[in-house]
Design a protein around this ligand. Structure first.
Ligand code: SF4
Length: 315
């Protein structure tokens, strides 16, 4: 059996909010995730990371590219085969409240997907749902309560339990702790890490927060204006980034070793609109290392050492 669980190649998603306006939200994004691996996708708000995550799950339909999951072709799957793939890839949202029906009990929210996917029903489904709640640190008595009766952290635990209800192999966690208080963030991250180890789950962890990604992930890809600009082992990318944008991002977050902060440039300027990305390297208007060719020649993402980088300084 291949070690690769998810393989994304050339994923593209454009939006057309008005006539003659094209927002290039995701452009030629490629990465892979091994079984049981935690892979981070980071970047500023609006860089396309959440859109890429939703497109590979087909919560929105991508325009181009390929997504293979456990050998199955996700983008051409239909009917029963798509349903089977969806069962194995689940998502945890930033705001679980918006994804929980306020009129449905927690028991209903957990047993419904089991029934729809033919995993369990009736008493068996309820017993499984109670066990899931215990696994995420909530009492089984919570089955008969409703979403508004829980705190934000508890609701996120319920969202995690619901994702686990279909016994997935991959969890796409889209900013799963950024809406929570810092103390609660740590508890939920510890829970996710514990589940990952016990169940052998792989994660696509989408976040703007490098400190969280540094703690949780093994590898990371940095996105800018819809494209991956650097990818590699998380410790190397965040401690010694090759791409100037990854260096800027890293500089925006405190790191334990002050030696890694000294020579880094500060965040400069605003992220340009994905409806009118700059020509050449899209980062050139903000880059302190920009050269004349950077405003005309787009750099390709090329393999470099233990990862890949898209920058003329390195290619
Ligand atoms: Fe900066 Fe040029 Fe590299 Fe883009 S290609 S990140 S502008 S040095």
């Amino acid at each position: 059996m291949s070690d690769t669980l998810l393989e994304v190649r050339g994923l593209r998603k454009h939006f057309h909010p008005k006539r003659r306006v094209t927002v290039r939200a995701v452009e030629d994004v490629s990465f892979s995730i091994r079984r049981g691996e935690a892979f981070g996708l980071v970047g500023e708000s609006g860089c396309g990371k959440s859109t890429a995550a939703r497109a590979l799950l087909r919560l929105i339909e991508p325009d181009a590219g390929s997504v293979r999951f456990g050998g199955a072709d996700v983008l051409t799957a239909r009917g029963a085969s798509l349903k089977a793939i969806r069962r194995r890839m689940q998502i945890v949202f930033q705001d679980p409240y918006s994804s929980l029906d306020p009129r449905q009990s927690i028991g209903g929210a957990l047993t419904e997907p089991m029934r729809v996917h033919g995993i369990a029903e009736g008493r068996d489904a309820r017993r499984r749902a109670g066990a899931l709640l215990e696994e995420v640190g909530l009492p089984p008595a919570a089955l008969d309560r409703y979403p508004h009766e829980f705190s934000g952290g508890q609701r996120q635990r319920i969202g995690i339990a619901r994702a686990l209800a279909l016994e997935p192999e991959l969890i796409v966690a889209d900013e799963p702790v950024s809406a929570l208080d810092v103390s609660v963030q740590a508890q939920v991250l510890l829970l996710l890490e514990d589940l990952r180890r016990r169940r052998g789950l792989a994660f696509l962890f989408v976040s703007h927060d490098l400190s969280v990604v540094r703690w949780f992930c093994e590898r990371v890809a940095v996105m800018y204006l819809g494209r991956i600009v650097e990818e590699g082992p998380v410790a190397r990318v965040l401690n010694a980034p090759l791409h100037p944008y990854a260096a800027m991002l890293r500089d925006a977050y405190p790191v334990p070793d002050p030696a890694h902060r000294a020579a880094l440039p500060r965040i400069i300027g605003e992220i340009p609109s994905a409806a009118a990305p700059p020509p050449g390297c899209p980062f050139h208007p903000r880059c302190v290392h920009a050269m004349p060719r950077c405003s005309t020649e787009p750099p390709a993402l090329l393999a470099k050492d233990d990862g890949a980088v898209a920058c003329h300084l390195h290619g």
